[in-house]
Design a protein around this ligand. Structure first.
Ligand code: PHE
Length: 341
């Protein structure tokens, strides 16, 4: 029978070569070498047969063999622990789980486009509060308390203060600019506005506007037309046609609504343009002299133009979104379609 030394040498070779592929192989190793009836136990039991003069040396060899066997097991302990926790062994070299990134909201994308188009011709951006007082939302804009035009905009009032409303248009921000900034003024005012409308595919109780205002000496209706024509070609493409229809707003005189040739059918008639070939996109006009006077500006010296558009409407015409409610439902399937536009 092989001596204790020889046996140990053989087992040492086996241990050095051992590479467990999984937790089960490691467990077999543990049972074979370190278990209650394992090889180590047997070898230690054999010590009693070793002659007395060799016992010390055999003891040293056996102890270092035990160390080797235990260290090998320890070095693969991760494997055993991962198996014990029932999870798979962690492979740190695998790529991480990607976190899905969001997309910009289509209204924000379109608002940014509108802003950048007007910034290129010298307009700056101004914002104002969404809870507004009567003066800035109505009275200063040539709509005194009993003015019938107040009914054009179904207003939410703030119950704690009868003078406060949720602004019905961002013209209120323009009023604040006229109040505080020196002339000439050239601003656009993007922002959220509120109207007491029943929610449907075509109306919502809140939406977004971008209104523009230019006040200086010698500003004419021709400037207004050219500015808006520039906007339309930048936003919808250079083959887009425009037309102005006379309209009414209390803060502008004369007032107009502007249509563009239908972006879907090009004018031949479809659902978007209700078979007219034209879609309305904004209201505009020359700033009413009363409004200029309200801010201490002499209408004999200064003139101005103003326009206001709905961001939802521009987005609808540009990307054929046919239901206003989609914008605020947070349906990721809808929002994702605007990735990268
Ligand atoms: N404030 C108007 C609205 O909300 C839009 C508008 C702005 C019209 C400026 C003319 C001039 O409907």
């Amino acid at each position: 029978m092989a001596s204790l030394q020889e046996q140990i040498q053989q087992f040492e070779q086996e241990i050095l070569a051992f590479q467990p592929a999984n937790a089960a192989e490691l467990e077999n190793y543990r049972i074979r070498f370190l278990g209650a009836k394992g090889i180590l136990k047997q070898l230690f039991a054999e010590m009693k047969n070793v002659p007395g003069d060799q016992r010390k040396e055999a003891g040293l060899t056996l102890n270092s063999f035990r160390q080797l066997a235990e260290e090998k097991y320890e070095s693969f302990k991760d494997l055993a622990e991962a198996a014990a926790s029932k999870g798979p062994a962690i492979d740190y070299s695998l790529p991480g789980t990607p976190l899905p990134t969001g997309t910009r909201h289509p209204l924000r994308v379109v608002e940014n486009k509108i802003i950048s188009i007007f910034e290129r011709i010298g307009f700056s951006v101004a914002t104002g509060p969404e809870i507004e007082d009567d003066w800035h939302n109505f009275t200063s804009l040539n709509m005194p308390h009993d003015h019938p035009a107040r009914d054009m905009q179904d207003t939410f009032y703030v119950s704690s203060n009868p003078d406060w409303v949720l602004r019905t248009h961002t013209s209120s921000a323009q009023a604040r600019i006229l109040e505080t900034q020196p002339l000439p003024i050239r601003v656009i005012c993007p922002g959220r506005v509120y109207r007491n409308e029943t929610i449907s595919a075509r109306a919502h109780c809140f939406f977004h506007q971008c209104e523009g205002l230019y006040v200086d000496k010698n500003v004419s209706f021709a400037d207004l037309k050219q500015t808006l024509y520039y906007f339309v070609t930048e936003m919808f493409g250079e083959h887009t046609k425009v037309r102005f229809r006379p309209s009414y707003f209390p803060f502008t005189e004369p007032s107009a609504e502007m249509d563009i040739s239908c972006t879907v059918c090009g004018g031949s008639g479809c659902n978007l343009c209700k078979h007219s070939g034209w879609v309305e996109i904004l209201g505009c006009g020359m700033v009413h002299p009363n409004m200029l006077r309200n801010f201490g500006i002499d209408p004999e010296v200064y003139t101005g133009f103003a326009f206001g558009m709905g961001v939802e409407r521009i987005t609808q015409v540009k990307y054929q979104v046919n239901d206003l409610r989609l914008y605020s439902q947070n349906d990721v399937r809808f929002l994702k379609q605007f990735q990268g536009i």
